[in-house]
Every structure is written in structure tokens, then in C-alpha cells.
Write a protein that binds this ligand. Sequence first.
Ligand code: FAD
Length: 337
Amino acid sequence: MNSLTTGQIHTPTFDIAIVGAGLAGSLCAHLLSQSGQSVCVIDKSRGSGGRASSKRVEGDISCDLGTPYIVAKHPDTLALFKQLTEEHVAAPWKQLSKASSQAFVGVPKMSAITRHWVQNASFITSTRIHHLDQITQQGDDQPSWLLRDDKYQPIVIAKKIIIAAPAPQAASILASHEKLAVLLLRANQASASYESQWAMWLETEPCDLNALIEPKGSPIKRMIKDNYKPMRHSEKVDRWVIQTTPNWTKQHLDAEKDWITQTLLQAFAEITEHRVLKHGDPHRWFLSRFAENKGNNPFAWSPEHNVGLVGDWLCQGDAEGALISAISLINHIKNSK
Ligand SMILES: Cc1cc2nc3c(=O)[nH]c(=O)nc-3n(C[C@H](O)[C@H](O)[C@H](O)COP(=O)(O)OP(=O)(O)OC[C@H]3O[C@@H](n4cnc5c(N)ncnc54)[C@H](O)[C@@H]3O)c2cc1C
């Protein structure tokens, strides 16, 4: 364990540091900020959302390139979305809701949800956490954690850390400290179970095709009409997001983007018989979906080291699971005080 050096004395200090501002990390930040703790969230991207983020098309128009909606079945997540709906941050997508579950989207875009949740925390963007050091601060009987970026620069000091990143990315942070071997094992075991997907937006003339199409025998797994989501109406064009099947993606993971674009445009035209007016570049989600759901503990927490793990890979492997994982860990931390 190290003591503080002069440079580290100026490093900002928080009760809790959260690595990752996806659904799980942002919700942790929101719940902890409500209980009066000082919270810092750090993300390697330019904004919040992770796999529930949005892509700007032009001006103030965006579309959701990650999860197109969040299906809530659990009472805790239904309560969460009831509140978000009252706050005008989310809205039910009634066309996709069923008797046993409700589908929700962010308003005016998916990333509005995580942006809302991180607003009361300090939020550091474009910073990849790479290394953890344990340090002692003057007057403290318990050690703190110093989080460093990929250039080994000190970023923040915190008493507790929550890592809210996908398993392989969590594993590479945990591997930087020998005391975190048990958490590392859990993250390493989960790391092989990810699928990848290409996603791309495109526009057509307005048409009467359904909001959600799941074609068979195509590279395209799903086509979602983004402007059919609540509060996103457009009279001029239909704006679609198309996502590829995991199998097709696996075969074409490293293909040229131009080839992916042409192949997907052709597949779209064959299915819909509609001409594409405009499109974006395909985005490769290398860690798109966690393809395993063993129903283990929805979070991991090491009480002796004050480090925890949350995310979809610990619960259900989907967006709702990421939220349940966050709620479960924060309840655990609050109850074990
Ligand atoms: C194309 C696509 C379609 C999907 N469709 C659905 C669907 O229909 N239904 C559904 O339920 N789910 C769907 N999902 C999955 C859903 O989006 C995820 O389950 C959910 O968003 C995961 O949230 P999370 O917070 O656990 O992780 P993430 O959203 O991955 O958040 C992790 C965050 O950690 C950050 N990070 C990682 N490493 C570091 C580091 N070292 N330092 C700093 N920051 C770091 C990342 O930038 C990211 O913002 C889909 C995902 C994709 C990509």
C-alpha cells in the first residue's frame, strides 16, 4: 500500500467512484447521490449511455443505435420507469408493450435516461480507467483507492469503487490489483459470453411498415422505426435503425465498413422494397449482448476491499438486468452499513 505523493494530494476525493456511465453505473450514481454521498462517475466515452446511447443524425435529431427500448417486468424497474415517465425522461412505447411487460424509451432519446441519472454526480468523460492503487490518506484508518487512467495519470481517489463495465473491461481493471483476484475470476469467467452486432441508421420516405420488423434468413436481425417511438414523430421521413444477427456479425466482424454498408442497404431494400434516402456509417458493437443468463447473484461486492461489480452480465444479460443489478448492489451497500 502507498501513501499519498504530492501530485495525488490534488486528486479529487469522493466517497464512491463509479467506472462506467451505462444504465447500471448511472443508476448507481443516482441512487447514491440521493443518499447524500459524494459520487464521481468516469466513462471512456464522450457521454453517458454505454450500450443505451444515442447517435446524432443531424441538428437536434438523434436515434438509438444501442438498445432500442427497455422491457420492464420487475416491480423495481416498473417503479423506476413510472418515475422517469413522470419526470418526462422516459415514456412507455405502448405498441411494443405486452400484458406481462412494458417497453420504455428515453425522451427525446435513450441517452436522456443516463444523462438524467448522472446529473447530480461529478462526471468525467473520455477517460479510460486502467489501474487501481490502494493508498492511505492522512487521518484515515481505512485505505482508499486511487483510480488511474491508461496513461497512469491519477484521476480520482475514493473510499469505494463500483465497476459498471462489461465483464472483459471490468476484468482488465481488476487485474491491476492483486487483492481483487476473486472479483477478477468472476469477470474473467463471464468474458467469453459476448455477442457482437453491427448497427446502422437509415432514412426512407414515410411508409406504413411496422415499428419493429424481425426478418428471417437475412443478415438483419431487427429493423426498428426510431420515429415511431413516443415524442419522436417525423412527417418527412421514416428513420430506421437496423441491427445484424450475431451469427452474421461473427462472420463479418472485421469486414470493411463500405462492404457492410452496401450489404445491409441491399438486405433492407429486399425486405422493405423501399429506397434508402440517407444513411449513417455502420457502428460495430464488439460487446453487444451478454449471451448467458445463469441467474447468479445480480452483483458482486467485496466488503473487505470496498469494490463492487454491476452490469447486465451479472443479471439477465439485458438492459433491465443492468438496472436490477444496480438497485441490488446499492441496497446491499446501504443495508450493510
Ligand atoms: C445493438 C444493441 C441492441 C440491444 N438490444 C437490446 C434489447 O432489445 N433489449 C435489451 O434489454 N437489451 C438490449 N441490448 C443490451 C443493453 O443495451 C445492455 O444490456 C445494457 O445497456 C447494458 O448496460 P450496462 O450499464 O451493464 O453496460 P454498458 O452500457 O456497456 O455500460 C458500460 C460503460 O462502461 C464504460 N467503460 C467500460 N470500460 C471502461 C473503463 N475502463 N473506463 C471508463 N469507462 C469504461 C463504457 O464506455 C460504457 O459506457 C442491446 C445492446 C446493443 C449494443
